[in-house]
Design a protein around this ligand. Sequence first.
Ligand code: ADP
Ligand code: MG
Length: 518
Amino acid sequence: MSNPNYGVWRPMAENVEFNALESNSNAVMAVADTVRTTLGPKGLDKLLIDQAMNRHISNDGVTILLSLRAIHPVSRMIVEIAERQEQLVGDGTTTAVVMAAEMIKEGKRLVKELGVHPTKVVEGIEGGVKEACQLLEKEAKKISLNEIALEQVVKTSLSSKLDGKKLSLLVISALRSVGKNALYNGSYDFDKTITVLRRTTMEDRIVNGIVLERKRMDPEMPLEIKDARVMIARLDLKPVKEAWVKENSKYEEILNMENDRVAKSKDIVNSLLATGANAILIASGEVDQVIENLLVANKVFAVRISIEEIEYLSRYTRAKPVRMMDDLKKSDILGKADRIYEDEDNGVIYIDNGSDGSMATMIVSGTTKETSLERWRAAIDGVNAAEAALNKGVVAGGGAAELHVIEKVKNLRLKGLEQVGLDVVTSALESIMRQILTNAGYNGLEKVMAAKASPDTFGIDIDSGDPVDMWKLGVLDPLLVKTMALEAAGEIAKSVLRIDRNLAAEDLSQQALSETRR
Ligand code: ADP
Ligand code: MG
């Protein structure tokens, strides 16, 4: 097994016959066990302690997973998949992990106890996941911005979060305040229209407009500009570089350069003012002190911004970024804002376009850095859930949608032994409701049986323990969160079941050493 490029690959355990499936599935279970008790509204929190002994309480799947220093390669895989789920749909990470664990558990049973070849199981998983996703798609209902269902999706998604009720109201009002302005080519993209800021010193609120976590360039600039004519400047605002001055030793030359600097700065400021701008958002590198002083003298409101902020500020104010002096002569460079002002107490700047509700900023508070971070993440999750729901529709929550497609998945006819691979998928579909209810203190299995015997949209009311229509209860999940979680779980399970041996590269220097010894 020697490979000149990669060194020697050695089994990870001392015994060559060590069972990789056993070891890998144990690793998956270990990871899943740390997050499964957080699933659902009655899930418990985890206390995380970092290396610096900072405490942090979390209920968020990804946060918990990322805090584990998972060294087993398969555990790392789970963490990566959860992260991807978070990035793509922003929710459903615990769901994905719980389903993956269930699939691997069941898959392992088929392989070990019934002697089914892993490739057959893998094909069964593939077929089953595809079928389940299609069935869930058929179940899904489209919803629109003003329906109560949208509020219910957001509430469901935030039900397990710290302060979830309050946050969901905040999220909903942000969604409604930007409304159809968030539509791009027929689908909603709230990333472009809602910014979520966390500020420990401020109250929760929605601001119609943009909030910059910045201060004016100079405290002597005006605090407020009404009917602002906005310029976004990417111009070079340092006409004479200090480095040039230092290279010149003669006093006269230095004086000349200094005069030149003042003259050039004046020219620049005059050209800026000639456009009529009274508020300048500056994304240039350095700004000459002379220029800054002249802006102060002319009562201009100037604030530094980053290159990344240009795009949305330009979209909001309709100002076109100015890169060269020649651009200043163009007629369409300035944008508008009804009001720009600095809240000195909180160190933020508001840019308001009055009636134009095209952008909103959600300010999320938190008494400590940790709670504000957790609430901030939750708020973003809520926005993502709403986006997914509006774009692709919703299904009954609480694991009900998954549970009720099981019988139909079982009807799928695959050739030969692949058929048993379907069991892997149906177990996973059942595991979500079971876990949510177990976490709520019920006998999960018993409750799942009761729900199964009820009509298709029925799950279990987590407070009473009785079967109820999840649509009537208002427990709804975005379809996309469910299908993505199912696909992600399938991916993990397939990879884990396919591995028959874990090999680790031996250190190359070790190899060299043993070769010289020989
Ligand atoms: P995830 O990280 O997978 O999003 P959560 O802890 O957020 O995990 O739990 C999500 C699950 O909890 C979803 O299946 C959702 O339908 C379910 N859920 C939320 N609220 C309720 C409720 N009131 N009753 C039953 N299930 C609920
Ligand atoms: Mg969630």
